[in-house]
Ligand binder design. Structure first.
Ligand code: 5GP
Length: 193
């Protein structure tokens, strides 16, 4: 059994976006961002923990000099839907006043998390603020939130891999996959839910 088959066996029902598709699209986004930020030094803000893989590959697809920082906000916990209640768990290490800020998100679902984050960041007076999200669930957008660039639009299914988790697992899959509902069930049983 190859390591990929082994990984699929543990809770993955189907691969939605392969490793190669991810890398090709991220390279394109990197080139777009290079053109957009020519002559400037954007501050990339990664939203922990989900955006770590995307942020890493995206910044390396860019030749523009960039600086990076991270924020962590609460989102789902063990459930698979946004509560709409957002909390800052880790703030930035620096001021962003006058900076060209590029927010790097893993996935926009209802848009509530991103909307909250953008409100917080806009109050700090950056010179500009743009958003790049790897994934967007078009059908679920509950709020009209600013997203300037999207890697892939995906159907309304709960996805894992490439930074995205379910109960903090699966982040290290190199592709985006749909979680097997049986894995949710067994996790719930283990937790006694
Ligand atoms: P929103 O506030 O837009 O509904 O949710 C955004 C956050 O919820 C994302 O940053 C991500 O942490 C989480 N999320 C939304 N959809 C999914 C999904 O399909 N899979 C995973 N693993 N997390 C998701």
């Amino acid at each position: 059994m190859s390591w990929q088959t082994e990984r699929r066996a543990a809770g993955v029902s189907k691969i939605l976006i392969t490793e190669q598709e991810l890398q090709r699209r991220i390279y394109e986004l990197g080139k777009e961002l290079d053109a957009h930020y020519a002559g400037r030094v954007p501050l990339m803000i990664g939203v922990l923990n989900g955006a770590v893989a995307f942020m890493t590959d995206l910044m390396m697809a860019m030749t523009t000099p960039v600086e990076i920082d991270f924020m962590a906000v609460s989102s789902y916990g063990p459930a698979t839907r946004s509560s709409g209640v957002v909390r800052i768990l880790k703030d930035l290490n620096q001021e962003i006043e006058g900076r060209d800020v590029l927010v790097v998100e893993d996935i926009v679902d209802s848009g509530l998390t991103l909307q909250y984050l953008l409100d917080v960041l806009r109050r700090r007076n950056p010179a500009s603020i743009e958003v790049v999200a790897l994934l967007r669930k078009e059908s679920r957008a509950a709020v009209d939130v600013q997203v300037d660039r999207v890697g892939f639009s995906i159907p309304d299914e709960f996805v894992i891999g490439y930074g995205l988790d379910y109960a903090d697992r699966y982040r290290n899959l190199p592709y985006i996959a749909v979680l097997d509902p049986a894995a949710i069930q067994s996790e719930a049983e283990t937790a006694g839910v």
